[in-house]
Design a protein around this ligand. Structure first.
Ligand SMILES: [Zn+2]
Length: 460
């Protein structure tokens, strides 16, 4: 059945691309709100065309679009996550063809949203259609949760999920924003780091002041630099009081998963644009740090004058953007409280902390028989076994916790877009036609694979 299904999908390539284009033509920029409602409506009708029921549900921000294959007697329910919002297309002059006029060149679909994330979620609709056409039914129930705020931090997703637990009830969540390893092997990720992104602001005189007044006036740039320097040692250890309290080392199984990943140092250095890693670490040890270590990074720093020549001032304010990446068991609330207490204890009560964005960490444990079926389905498309990562291989974060924590179900992330040159968040965003078709095949193979030999695990 799988071979027939893949043939069917390949044979419908032109039709699928033609049907994807209207979604790509519809701007949906969550940062400005442009086209969001229209895109939600278009998505709902696209879902209906693919044979799903669809509803547009409000949040405190942009709406969520929910699709459902609506076969409640299925032994297993898959909840697939995606987002219909896209990044702003600027700078427009850098696009070879306009961002909202999709075009195919050299086997790639170009346009804003192709690889992040319209191309991906559209593959699920076509997979559902293909399975129905070929088998005459749906062996599992599929629900699609397509949000409109991923590119602005998914701020209302957790509240939405908590308010609609019954509608979203499922056995497994699936995200298709995962990665292809540089070796070409697909990756399956079972979790993500969390994140606490804060702004730290120190204040000095009410306005910039002549720096000759330095003996008498607080300089906020110094206050901020002193405060920041207490957060991390020159040995790279994070010094926020209690930061590592809840961090546990990777289990033997987790470490073993990383041991199996091939590491090509040259390619890693090239991708990162560096000549060496901190402390000179290499190989699997480097990969383990990337995947398992919590972080504290200064992402931005500004104060006073930094233009050409000189301007002799004590700045009125100094600002730092600090990003903490959190590992399972740490939480953003806990970290914010720890950071505040750490600063206060050292006399930095004057430094204001504002939370800009948060994600909670997540980590799924998938029942082994189900995991095996997922692995086989992904391998059947790519012709090679996937690499399995306990947490995202990129060290990144995302809203995975809304499934693991808020819905209490395991979640897996699989790839669709190619590894290189997809230009997401940049001009000339693109998805290879091959990656797009692999996406349709992967979801179709999963729908069939999960249903093989009856239910995997007991449905909740
Ligand atoms: Zn994005």
């Amino acid at each position: 059945m799988r071979a027939e299904l893949f043939e069917y999908i390949d044979a419908h390539r032109e039709q699928y691309l033609a049907e994807l284009f209207p979604l790509l033509r519809q701007p949906s920029i969550s940062a400005t709100g442009q086209g969001m409602q229209a895109c939600a409506e278009l998505l709902a009708s696209t879902m209906q065309d693919a044979g799903l029921s669809a509803r547009i549900l409000p949040t405190a921000g942009h709406p969520v679009v929910l699709g459902d294959t609506g076969n409640p007697d299925a032994p297993f329910t898959l909840l697939i996550y995606g987002h219909y919002d896209v990044q702003p297309p600027e700078p427009l002059e850098k696009w070879l063809t306009p961002p909202f006029e999709p075009a195919i060149r050299d086997g790639r679909i170009y346009g804003r949203g192709t690889a992040d994330n319209k191309g991906q979620f559209f593959t699920h609709l076509k997979a559902i259609e293909a399975v129905r056409q070929l088998t005459g039914g749906m062996p599992v129930r599929v629900k699609l949760l397509i949000e409109g705020e991923e590119e602005i931090g998914s701020a209302h997703l957790s509240d939405f999920v908590k308010a609609h637990r019954d509608l979203l009830r499922a056995d497994l969540a699936l995200g298709v924003d995962g990665n292809i390893h540089p070796s070409g092997r697909p990756e399956i990720a079972l979790g993500m780091k969390g994140m606490l992104y804060v702004e730290m602001v120190a204040r000095g005189p009410r306005a910039d002041l002549h720096c000759g007044k330095d003996p008498l006036v607080t300089n906020p740039a110094w206050r901020l630099v002193w405060a920041l320097s207490t957060l991390r040692g020159t040995d790279q250890r994070i010094l926020i009081d209690g930061f590592y309290e809840r961090v546990v080392p990777p289990t033997r199984e987790e470490a073993a998963l990383i041991d199996r990943v091939p590491v090509d140092m040259d390619s890693l250095f090239e991708t990162f644009g560096v000549d060496a890693f901190l402390g000179g670490i290499t190989g699997t040890e480097a990969l383990k740090r990337l995947v398992f270590e919590p972080t504290c990074s200064i992402d931005g720093l500004s104060a006073g004058y930094a233009g050409p020549g000189m301007k002799t001032i004590i700045p009125a304010t100094a600002t730092a953007k600090v990003c903490l990446r959190l590992v399972p068991r740490q939480t953003s609330d806990e970290m914010l409280a720890k950071l505040r207490a750490h600063l206060d204890r050292r006399g930095f009560q004057d430094i204001a902390l504002t939370t800009i964005g948060t994600f909670e960490p997540s980590r799924s444990v998938v029942e082994p028989r189900l995991m095996e079926r997922i692995v086989r389905a992904v391998a059947s498309v790519y012709g090679q076994d996937p690499l399995i990562f306990p947490l995202f291989s990129t060290g990144g974060s995302g809203p995975d916790f809304v499934f693991t924590r808020d819905l209490g179900i395991p979640s897996v992330w699989i790839p669709c877009a190619q590894f290189k040159h997809k230009n997401i968040h940049a001009p000339n965003e693109n998805l290879t036609v091959e990656g797009f078709l692999n996406g349709v095949k992967t979801t179709a193979a999963l729908i069939l694979g999960i249903a093989e030999r009856g239910p995997a695990g007991s449905p909740r």
